[in-house]
Design a protein around this ligand. Structure first.
Ligand code: SF4
Length: 366
């Protein structure tokens, strides 16, 4: 008997390949350092690794014996910033190189001049298994998971090179390359390390994990501590249209996704973010806006809908909706009582959509 579509293994059912080697020094919590026999006070060593090393990369300010232990038992490489592409809008798109030669992307986005807060958009995987048809990273396929140390290292490298050097001013969004819930173990460990009070000092309230709708991951993340905020890319309002652009919908359709969100026990101040990438002629009609409001149901009165005009790139046939269509769509949602923001992609002039620079580089050398 032929396997049914539901029974066939999907690319995201398999764990993505992992990098081999000693654990990254940046991924070890104080209790891990203690359990592995690190000399010295584990909290002190952890704090030095997470803070001082960031500002003064060649000086760890720990005893020689501890430095020797770390050199023997851990990998201390930080992702290297290989390219910087400053945009007219103040953001900077970065290409970072990993120890095995793989490349990933991150974006540094200051709010505005009067506000010292900065949002970092970071990657969770090299490539992505989910294959959304509008996405340059999806066109790469999955190469491997980032380790927790590489995710923490991305953040520390950005703090060190572009600031701010105070974790309390950093907002972190997992919206770069990869589906973070397909690499949930490493992403969650990275969040735990970054939010440790002796570490970089980020808050889970200021960390957002964005998923294309990997329901198994949403259900796991719902039970995790610390729990970052959740953003969900909806991007279509019928199962047929969503399955055509986001293959993950064939495993977990819109109804199943909504069910997983209903089961997420929201804390008092917690909000979902619903992202909707508008693709001209595909999902941008007023009927789509009506169906989106219906699907959101009572969630639309409390949570935010982020409308994102498609950031056009050569690896996708899709186009943005045009200003008039975008405004009409937003107005219709507003009539339905939705909270809406329109997110113009930052760093559009430097190919701000995730995966574009790395994909372009692959094409040039391939
Ligand atoms: S949009 Fe996100 S989940 Fe979809 S292919 Fe791109 S990186 Fe993966």
């Amino acid at each position: 008997m032929l396997p049914t579509a539901a029974a066939a293994a999907m690319p995201w059912d398999r764990r993505a390949p992992e990098r081999e080697g000693p654990p990254s020094a940046w991924s070890l919590l104080p209790e891990d350092l203690a359990a592995r026999g690190c000399p010295g006070r584990p909290e002190h060593v952890f704090a030095r690794l997470q803070r001082v090393r960031t500002w003064q990369p060649d000086r760890l300010f720990v005893a020689r014996e501890i430095r020797a232990w770390l050199a023997d038992h851990t990998d201390q490489s930080l992702p290297a910033i290989l390219e910087r592409h400053p945009s007219y809008d103040g953001s900077t798109k970065l290409v970072l190189g990993l120890a095995d030669g793989q490349r990933i992307e991150a974006v540094h986005m200051p709010r505005h001049e009067a506000d010292h807060r900065v949002t970092y958009c970071v990657s969770s995987q090299v490539g992505c298994a989910l294959g959304c048809t509008f996405c340059a990273t999806g066109a790469m396929g999955i190469v491997r998971n980032l380790t927790a140390g590489e995710i923490v290292g991305q953040v520390l490298a950005l703090m060190r090179d572009l600031g701010p050097r105070c974790g309390e001013s950093v907002h972190l969004v997992f919206m770069g390359m990869g589906e973070p819930l397909h690499n949930l173990d490493h992403v969650h460990r990275a969040v735990t390390v970054l939010c440790h009070p002796e570490g970089a000092g980020l808050s889970p309230w200021r960390i957002t994990v964005s998923t294309a709708g990997l329901v198994s991951g949403i259900e796991r993340l719902a039970r995790m501590v610390p729990r970052p905020q959740l953003a969900v890319s909806v991007n279509a309002t019928t199962d047929a249209a969503r399955s055509a652009t986001m293959p993950v919908n064939r495993a977990w359709n819109l109804a199943r996704l909504r069910q997983a969100l209903d089961a997420w026990e929201l804390k008092r101040h917690e909000r979902f973010i619903f992202e909707y990438v508008l693709l001209a002629g595909v999902n941008d009609t007023l009927e789509d806006a009506d169906r989106l409001a219906d699907w959101l149901g009572d969630l639309r009165h409390r949570h935010n809908v982020n409308l994102i005009p498609m950031n056009e790139h050569p690896h996708s046939p899709f186009r943005g909706p045009g200003e008039q269509r975008l405004q009409a769509f937003a107005a219709r949602l507003h009539q339905h009582g939705c909270f809406i923001t329109v997110r113009r992609s930052r760093s559009r002039d430097v190919q701000g959509a995730c995966g574009q620079l790395v994909k372009q580089r692959e094409a040039a050398v391939g």
